[in-house]
Design a protein around this ligand. Structure first.
Ligand SMILES: *Cc1c(COP(=O)(O)O)cnc(C)c1O
Length: 333
């Protein structure tokens, strides 16, 4: 069972690889929220996403004899694991679905990792397990691994030491390693804090699994929030339990709401982010959040968006996501 002490240990272990990120106010979003609204800039990590925290902690905890690591990833965990493994001189194999954007795949290849491309995220999970069994390398789950969860939880330590007065945390939710780790840290330190998970309405695996009380498989569909796709694993052991225990609420947003939130973040705060990290902002702008009673923070989890797609959204162009056509809308506050 993970505890706050594991998260403090993780903070010490990852210090050389992951940075402590800034927490900055958004004047525009604070006006909309009627409360101070803060952005935790995990997109400033050297791999462009918070996943470096968990991967660095997992690699630092490897037995000295580990011949290598393998994982399935929607892109950011694979890049983080490749980066941490390269720093320690350990070979890494990354399994990904075809839906992972080329920018993410190219960055992983540049770190010297071996890449396997599968049809879906769920196939990538199966392939990673097969390679671990066949080659004796260690599989590092992107979200259901105690060391990974403890690493992501270090964000909760930073948030509450910077701002003990935070009342609400808005956390992008996919496999739940991020939300589970942060919520464990934040609620142990400050039990009254409210923690809300957010994800897209196309294939919200953890949202459905929390309601059902067991892992619910979802069909992975193209989404602006590509890092939030895929299921939570049929044998989930850690992250579902943590999310059920510690999350107060789980809210879904549409692709159009994510599109608008990406525009708002750029036009108002001049920040470039990937779709997965603006789900909290999307819920605020769509009026989907419960009443706010004090300072709010959301995690800007990553910046690894395809630059052409980002530019098209900033220009208000129409976007195609598989069968879904997202009508272009120029930004207006
Ligand atoms: C992985 C990821 C998430 C979700 O984290 P989980 O631990 O899977 O819930 C959110 N945003 C980005 C950019 C990610 O890469």
């Amino acid at each position: 069972m993970l505890s706050l002490a594991d998260i403090f240990d993780a903070r010490r272990r990852i210090a050389g690889l992951a940075i402590e990120t800034p927490l900055i106010p958004s004047p525009h979003l604070s006006r909309v929220a009627g409360q101070e609204f803060l952005l935790k800039l995990e997109l400033a990590q050297p791999t462009g996403a918070f996943k470096l925290r968990g991967a660095a902690n997992a690699v630092a905890s490897l037995p000295a004899t580990a011949p290598g690591v393998v994982c399935a990833s929607t892109g950011n965990h694979g890049r983080a694991l490749a980066y941490a493994a390269q720093a320690r001189g350990v070979p890494a194999t990354i399994c990904m679905s075809r839906l992972v954007p080329a920018v993410k795949r190219d960055a992983i290849a540049a770190l010297g990792a071996e890449i396997r491309t599968l049809d879906t995220q769920d196939d990538a999970e199966i392939e990673a397990a097969r390679i671990a069994a066949a080659e004796g390398v260690l599989e590092i789950s992107a979200f259901d691994d105690p060391q990974v969860i403890a690493g992501q939880g270090t964000i909760g330590l930073e948030l509450l030491s910077a701002r003990p007065d935070l009342e609400t945390l808005l956390i992008p939710l996919s496999g739940g390693g991020l939300a589970g780790g942060i919520a464990l840290a934040a609620k142990t330190i400050k039990p009254s804090i409210r923690v809300i998970g957010l994800t897209m309405d196309r294939g919200p695996a953890m949202h459905l699994s929390m309601t059902a009380g067991h892992p619910v498989p979802v069909v992975e569909l193209p989404s602006l929030a590509d890092a939030l796709g895929g299921s939570i694993g049929t044998t989930n052991r850690h992250s579902l339990d943590l999310c059920r225990r510690y999350l107060d609420d789980s809210i879904l947003v549409t692709e159009a709401e994510i599109y608008h939130a990406l525009q708002a973040l750029y036009h108002e705060d001049r920040l470039v982010a990937e779709g997965s990290c603006v789900v909290g902002i999307a819920a605020l702008l769509a009026g989907k959040l419960p009443a706010l009673n004090g300072p709010v923070a959301t995690i800007l989890t990553g910046r690894n968006i395809d630059p052409k797609r980002h530019a098209a959204i900033m220009r208000g162009e129409t976007i195609r996501l598989g069968d879904l056509v997202l009508e272009g809308v120029p930004y207006a506050a």
